[in-house]
Write a protein that binds this ligand. Structure first.
Ligand code: MIG
Length: 706
């Protein structure tokens, strides 16, 4: 067995892992030293530390200190230690390779050469956890073992691979219809429009604002007829209001988190004063999950869960303390320290540790302080929704993703990476986060393309889209008060470039879906650091290029005013410079360092040796894709191959039934290229239009009937 488990003290079951591994005596632990509540691993110079999922900084996490503690923090700056997720898996890669997973419901600190350059120190603050040590010969082997340990990742419906438009908020029916019409009139494909908090009646979960959405049911149906799904938001906090069904029902059944005295805990978020459903309590979780039916009955097929760290603007007790302080200082001549104290009291009202220490959950009949299970709250909200949706239709895939998360939640939904900003650095961070997210089980994921906070410029949106068209979740989302950033919010040139990119995304759906499904079903990563496949020292340190699926290497441009970029090729590859689906240039490039030029309206991708990229046609939505004819770009050296996975895209039959596979092989017979295809199951594809590029740059066109 290459996974060992060691149990320290009496941790609660986080339901993060799906395998029952017998716990071993901690004295048998090797390579890792135990010192009080910490684990220490010596790092060699050449060691790379991967992992920790959703976090700031690079792919290699060395040189900073991170804290797994789900946090509602919209400033994703390099000096932050936590974002919304708690993903406690790390992978040390050097002469020796080692995976470490801390299965723990509360705060864990990862000091990765922050205090001591050559040392990794993991501190589990409350000292209770399951430690998993994973051995393997390669990085991929270790991540795969880890992924098997935590169970298969969530799979969304295929339409969730289409383009998605969001903004906080499209405030009423007219605006939603107008938006959809704009996309259709301009022939820009789209699959989803998001409804942010304003669709609700005063931010109350599972209600509708009757003034701004008077004909909600009809809107849902009309949009769907046009191939567009509406995706409403659900927040963790439920408004305290007499007569509000969710409030009263939850109180009556005792489903909310309690304060010290056993009364429902009061906090304030968007609706004003709220209670938090106790997602850790199975009955409460099933209860809340059953409420999604209200919207599903209206035709809704997807949701995003927000504010579930949980975010707290203020609590009753916190506010009282602040007012007391103000009262105390009123009329006094404050010295500067008292002034700062007053200021900090006010600024510290939100997401305060005091609050997280003053409410309680019912975990299997035991009263547990929130902070002791903090990282499991968002996880269990996702589980709540997934369980509720499964009850409605157990074989249907719903779109579901969350802001807060912990490992384990990846089986129930995806995540988006929260409130980033329209900054070039955040495009770069989006790129670097992907492999670490995949390692931790998050496959259906993506960032707010264009950036959530701040004002997105046309060039940033264009470059960001050149990257995001490859991420499973492709959603443009922006905050209230910021500049609009829909594809047509800028000049016509930008609109054209962004439309071209969205068209290309739809052409890429066969490949992206195929790679997503294969990686998910085989517990592999879809986005990999170069070092996972190439062992030369340069590949091991490149951070701004990624392998994506079986065939591609991506090298996005993420700097403003760049007209190209340097790229490192770990082997000979085919550069495909893309303007749009119909305008692509090919160049065979030798192994080594290169610079390629790419104006704002173009970018490049790289096809690996003996690999292919299938491309379909665009369509107004994923459902309307018609891929009877596929274009295939193949870089043929000796024998190129590709296996295109497909399935019905809507049911959970992928779990039990064999997929539809089309495998394509192109090989030399003498000096001629011969194409062979094998279909397993069925396929809609009747013809392949192959452009084969040979090592010497020669281009051969082959049409192949299936
Ligand atoms: O306090 O619902 O991350 O995507 O638009 C902000 C409003 C609450 C935070 C989410 C963001 C969403 C916003 N929400």
């Amino acid at each position: 067995m290459n996974i060992k488990r060691f149990t320290v003290a009496n941790p609660i079951n986080c339901h993060a892992v799906v395998k029952d591994i017998k716990s071993e005596d901690i004295t048998k632990l090797t390579k890792v030293e135990i010192e009080d509540k910490s684990l220490i691993v010596k790092l060699e110079d050449e060691d790379i530390v991967y992992g920790l999922g959703e976090n700031v900084r690079g792919i290699n996490k060395r040189g900073w200190i991170f804290e797994s503690y789900c946090s509602d923090d919209p400033n994703h700056a390099q000096d932050k230690r936590s974002l919304y997720g708690a993903h406690n898996f790390i992978l040390i890669s050097g002469k020796e390779k080692l995976g470490i997973y801390i299965d723990c419901p509360s705060k864990v600190v990862f000091d990765i050469g922050y205090t001591n350059l050559g040392e990794l120190k993991i501190t589990v603050v409350d000292g209770e956890y399951n430690l998993y040590i994973i051995n393997g010969d390669t990085e991929s082997e270790i991540t795969k073992s880890f992924r098997k340990l935590i169970g298969q990742s969530y799979v969304p419906p295929k339409w969730a691979f289409g383009y998605q438009q969001s903004r906080w908020s499209y405030k009423d029916e007219d605006e939603v219809r107008e938006l959809a019409k704009n996309f259709r009139d301009k022939e820009i494909p789209i699959d989803c429009i998001y409804l942010d908090i304003d669709y609700m009646e005063r931010f109350k979960n599972f209600t509708l604002n009757k003034e701004s959405f008077p004909n909600f049911d009809k809107l849902v149906v009309d949009m769907k007829k046009d191939g567009i799904k509406l995706i409403p938001i659900i927040d963790a906090g439920c408004k305290i209001e007499k007569g509000y069904e969710i409030y009263e029902d939850g109180i009556e059944k005792g489903h909310y988190c309690k304060d010290e005295d056993g009364k429902p805990f009061v906090a304030a978020v968007w609706p004003g004063q709220v209670h938090f459903p106790d997602f850790l309590d199975k009955d409460a979780r099933l209860w809340f999950g059953s409420k999604y039916k209200f919207l599903v009955d209206k035709g809704i097929e997807g949701f995003w869960n927000d504010m579930n760290e949980p975010a707290i603007f203020y609590s009753e007790q916190g506010l009282k303390k602040a007012f007391d302080k103000i009262e105390e200082y009123k009329g006094k001549n404050l010295d500067i320290y008292s002034f700062f104290e007053l200021k900090d009291t006010i600024l510290g009202l939100s997401n305060s540790n005091n609050d997280y220490n003053s409410f309680y959950h019912n975990v299997d009949g035991k009263k547990v302080k929130h902070n002791d299970i903090h990282n499991l709250y968002g996880y269990n909200m996702t589980k709540s929704a997934a369980e509720g949706l499964e009850k409605i239709d157990e074989n249907k895939r719903f779109l579901l993703f969350s802001r807060a998360s912990a490992i384990g939640a990846h089986r129930y939904g995806g995540i988006w990476t929260g409130d980033n900003t329209s900054l070039w650095e955040h495009l770069e961070m989006n790129v670097k986060m992907m492999p670490n997210l995949n390692m931790c089980g998050y496959m259906y994921t993506g960032a707010d393309t264009g950036g959530f906070g701040g004002n997105c410029t046309p060039d940033l949106l264009t470059r960001w889209m050149q990257w995001s068209i490859f991420t499973p979740l492709l959603r443009n989302h922006s905050a209230m008060g910021t500049r609009n950033q829909e594809p047509f919010a800028y000049d016509l040139g930008t609109e054209k470039s962004v439309k071209n990119l969205i068209d290309l995304r739809y052409a890429l759906v066969p490949y992206i879906y195929s790679e997503f499904m294969k990686a998910t079903l085989n517990d592999d990563m879809m986005f990999e650091p170069l070092g996972f496949k190439y062992s030369d020292s340069t590949s091991r340190t490149v951070e701004d290029q990624l392998l994506m699926g079986d065939s591609l290497m991506l090298a996005p441009i993420y700097k403003q005013n760049s007209k190209g970029r340097y790229v490192y090729l770990p082997e000979e590859m085919l550069m495909v410079k893309i303007k749009n689906i119909d305008e692509m240039e090919f160049e065979v490039m030798p192994k080594g360092h290169h610079y390629f030029e790419a104006n704002l309206d173009e970018f490049a991708i790289f096809i690996k040796k003996d690999k292919m990229l299938p491309l379909g046609k665009t369509a107004k939505s994923v459902e309307s894709l018609n891929n009877e004819k596929l274009k295939v770009i193949a870089f043929v050296n000796e024998k190129a191959n590709y296996n295109l996975y497909d399935d019905d895209g809507v049911s959970k039959n992928y779990k039990t039934l064999k997929a539809d596979n089309l495998s394509i092989e192109i090989k030399y017979v003498g000096n001629d290229l011969k194409v062979e295809t094998v279909v397993e199951g069925k396929t809609t594809i009747k013809e392949l239009e192959i452009t084969a590029i040979l090592s010497n740059g020669e281009v051969r066109k082959i049409n192949h009937k299936i």
